[in-house]
Design a protein around this ligand. Structure first.
Ligand code: SF4
Length: 298
């Protein structure tokens, strides 16, 4: 099976998207990985972690954070590309500079699996592109929205006008922020729904999922582990609680990692977290009351 590893370049995301279990992640990283460990991945750790990884393993710069909150993200992408890995980038553009984008283009970095630009939402609280300190304005619909920052508009304009040669796509969660509505005339917009992250976002965790939707032991995501700043790997994109640490690529080679008893077992039988994974269930509409705090609902 051709598979990939997700890269989390830093623990703790300043976008604080309402539907992303960041506080769980930050607390558990400290508890499970160690209070002395860096929350920012160094370029050296990244290089070491992928040094023994075969190049047929793709690298997805997605993970549990906006990747460009790490100032060495561009260097990591260039290094991974030069080494021969296929790449995917999911970014809110926060932390990225015009020079970062232009460097990637000048170097000829190819994102075979695309650049996915996550735009600010009208429906959910996010700090993507927002002015700091926060400032609200009242829109035509009578609701209040965060004002967006001038540097963000400039960065977004640059990306829209200088897209990566392979492909660049745009998406948001819920409705698009009203200040960006004009963008719909220029780019195709994908709307993504909200996933419970194996119940990590729910205000109260429920029982295990029923047998009909339980995909434990049959899920390709068990082959898409998440590289963390210290070189350890979380199970998958749902494992914000770091319930299933699979190994460490600073301490072990790729072969030692994939052939370990732990990885072999999880790839065959799944992990306990999988019993709470709600693949295919979107937490929108009536289900929002299971994760949104009432004061957050407009
Ligand atoms: S928790 Fe298990 S079932 Fe869910 S995405 Fe991760 S590996 Fe797949």
């Amino acid at each position: 099976m051709k598979h990939s590893i997700e890269v989390t370049t830093k623990i703790g995301c300043s976008n604080v998207c309402e539907y992303c279990p960041q506080s769980t992640l930050i607390k558990r990283y400290r508890e499970r990985i160690g209070h002395d460990k860096d929350t920012m991945m160094s370029l050296e750790t990244f290089k070491k972690s992928i040094s023994t990884m075969p190049t047929e393993i793709g690298l997805n710069f997605t993970g549990y954070v906006e990747p460009f909150l790490n100032p060495e993200c561009t260097d990591m992408l260039i290094h991974a590309f030069d080494k021969g890995h296929e790449l995917l980038l999911n970014t809110t553009l926060v932390g990225m500079t015009i020079e970062d984008w232009d460097r990637l283009r000048r170097h000829g970095v190819v994102f075979q699996h695309g650049v996915h630009v996550h735009l600010p939402s009208a429906s959910y609280f996010e700090m993507i592109g927002a002015k700091v300190p926060q400032k609200y304005y009242t829109a035509d619909d009578g609701k209040q929205y965060l004002e967006l920052d001038d540097n963000y508009y400039e960065m977004l304009n640059h990306v829209v006008n200088n897209q990566m040669p392979y492909w660049t796509k745009f998406h948001c969660h819920g409705d698009l922020h009203p200040l960006l509505n004009d963008l719909k005339r220029y780019v195709e917009l994908d709307v993504r729904n909200i996933n419970s992250r194996a119940m990590n976002i729910l205000l109260e965790k429920k029982e295990k999922v029923s047998d009909e939707i339980n995909i434990r032991g049959k899920c390709p995501r068990a082959y898409q582990n998440v590289l963390l700043p210290d070189g350890s790997l979380g199970l998958c994109c749902q494992d914000y609680g770091l319930d299933d640490i699979m190994g460490n690529l600073v301490d072990n080679t790729w072969d030692e990692f994939v052939n370990s008893e732990r990885v072999q077992d999880v790839r065959t039988n799944g992990a306990d977290l999988c019993d709470y994974c709600e693949e295919g269930i979107d937490y929108v509409g009536d289900k929002e009351n299971q994760w949104r705090r009432p004061q957050q609902i407009k």
